[in-house]
Design a binder for this molecule. Sequence first.
Ligand code: SAH
Length: 401
Amino acid sequence: MSSDRVSGLVILQRGRSKPVQQRHPWIFSGAIDRIEGDPADGDLVDVRDAGRNFLARGYINQRSQIVVRILSWDQDEQIDAQFWRERIRRADDTRGALAANVGTTAYRVVHAESDYLPGLIVDRYGDWLVVQLLTLGVASRQAPIVEALVELLSPRGVYERSDVDVRGKEGLGRRNGLLWGDEAPEITTVLENGWGFLVDFQRGHKTGFYLDQRENRALMPFHCGGADVLDAFAYSGGFSVYAASAGAKSLTLVDSSAQALELAGRNLALNGFSNCTTDCVEGDVFSVLRGFRSQGRLFDVIVLDPPKFAHTTREVQRASRAYKDANLLAMQLLHPGGRLFTFSCSGGVSPDLFQKIVFGAALDAQRDAQIIRTLSQGIDHPVALTFPEGAYLKGLVLRLV
Ligand code: SAH
């Protein structure tokens, strides 16, 4: 348990204050001249420039490349229970439109740095809150954070899904379990734009559902009436449910996870779409699509929503090849006039680079294609202007000529 007391000073090197003054929330080891006061990892520290002028206040972890994550630029602001309550309340307030929509009961309440709460993710699934405490600074302040969530959002329970590798960079292990409230259900039912979805927040991917695709999934109905639809990397069938809602002729879902496909089948049934011809294929998208290509199969709409292929900037080149291969295959499987919904959730792949990759795929596929929409992450995954790293999901809707 960390205290609310500032227990150290981080003095920056001369000429390295500008990003902090511009309110970027990360301080890397290379910008630091010295650390005074011997703060323990997780403690609060004040950041000062080379002339010892106050710049900001945050929490420290010398095990991480990001040594300090900033919480406040105001010298008078205490980082206490009141602070966490106020910041979470502010984040929750900005989700007012989603909270007021009775057709949507699942959304992200806190998007970490982009909501000025570094390291903290909070997702709401109906009466349940699922949190990720990604840094030591927030993990050691679990008590006031959970207290604030309970007080402000009145959940039935708060469940932790911190079973993620990035915690290793902070010297933390993986954690998964109930933090507060009732025993967590095996499956909970949420609504998204009026459609029902079963979510397994204890074991599912991320915190259980790909909330960031809500607004993009809602575009499917415009293109899927009477269509043969291929949902590649389908997970629990998010895009397929919307395709079925518009009267798709057939659905083909491909995913490597049998549990995900099982849930997808149940999600289609839950919304009354059992009559749509549905084929769930468990396997690797690359080989399944190659198989379709050799069978000469064609589709009217293809969704390509792969997992994060690049976890670091070093992986971008290899990831680019994988994105290109997947897009090339998809383009070869589309009828003239067909639509491709194609995405990348790798932060290291910029929208520009992604468009170039897709262009390269079209050249190789010898297909002309037009961008009819440019897509990004949902409104509950905002990007603080001071933190462009918060933008990670990009997508294009293409019309194949
Ligand atoms: N479109 C989904 C989210 C997809 S997440 C939605 O809207 O909810 C990516 C999915 O790709 C995961 O379900 C994962 O199991 C699957 N996956 C990852 N690599 C794969 C591969 N090589 N072949 C098939 N599926 C894969």
